[in-house]
Ligand binder design. Structure first.
Ligand code: CA
Length: 263
């Protein structure tokens, strides 16, 4: 973490450590350029010695380490310059810790998972569902199911913490690009298709106004099989209002834990 402001760096360091990340903080651009073993760089732009953009450019010139800019400069031109100088993502202060953690995980996932604070087994057995992250293969009741890359990423994200609700925005941030401004309906389309392919639409539960979660993935052998017509169990596409609700929930969560960089 390259951040000169103690009022931001200290709560952020504490929060990230609680999330399981190993954090090393420096307060100047020169100190940042002396660090060579980071898995990811959180970079403030307003530094006392070297401008953050120059730091970003110099790190990128010699290393492929993921760089996430955290800055109060929120204009579109600032974001564009940051991304063009090699930053992987750009988060404007103030932001919530949860959003930062989601962005960090998304960036690390795009780099292949090295440095992720949460370790998930490469091969996960969840009842009748097996998710093999290394081979990117999925088996249901011992039979391989062919998923598209996005369907696989979506299932892998839900399987990271079975039973935990993942918001639509989090899904968009982590499975799609964080700069995705397309329709969030695309999530519903992939969820419907994933449910159909798994053959157990009830495994992926919709939590109204919140998001999705992976429910129990064992089929009770004694229970009579329920015949479902094709397409049953897939949720109707969310109306626009519901999509906005996801964002509101996220904002409320962020507000609840305090926003970092808020004056
Ligand atoms: Ca600063």
């Amino acid at each position: 973490m390259v951040e000169d402001d103690d009022g931001i760096a200290e709560p952020l360091t504490d929060g990230l450590r609680r999330e399981g990340f190993d954090v090393q903080r420096v307060a100047t651009g020169a100190a940042a350029l002396a660090v060579t073993d980071a898995d990811l760089v959180l970079l403030d732009l307003g530094l006392p010695d070297i401008d953050g953009y120059a730091v970003c450019q110099q790190i990128r010139a010699r290393s492929a380490v993921p760089i996430l800019v955290i800055s109060a400069r929120g204009a579109e031109v600032d974001r564009v310059v940051g991304l063009e100088l090699g930053a992987d993502d750009y988060l404007v202060k103030p932001f919530g810790l949860r959003e930062l953690v989601a962005r960090i995980r998304a960036v690390l996932r795009r780099y292949g998972g090295a440095g992720l604070g949460v370790e998930v087994d490469p091969v996960q057995q969840l009842g009748d569902l097996v998710v093999d992250r290394r081979a990117r293969r999925v088996h249901v009741e011992g039979v391989e199911v062919a998923l598209s890359p996005k369907e696989f990423d979506l299932l892998a994200l839900l399987a990271e913490d079975p039973g935990a609700v993942v918001s639509r925005q989090q899904i968009l941030d982590e499975v799609w690009d964080p700069h995705w401004y397309g329709p969030t309906k695309t999530v519903d389309v992939h969820v419907a298709s994933l449910r159909k392919k798994l053959g157990h639409p009830e495994w992926i539960e919709t939590v109204r106004r919140v998001g999705l979660r992976l429910g129990p993935t064992s089929s009770p052998t004694s229970a009579p099989a329920v015949l479902r017509p094709p397409g049953d169990g897939s949720e109707p596409s969310a109306p626009a209002g519901q999509i906005e609700t996801g964002r509101t929930d996220r904002t409320e969560l962020a507000g609840g834990v305090g926003r970092i960089g808020d004056p």
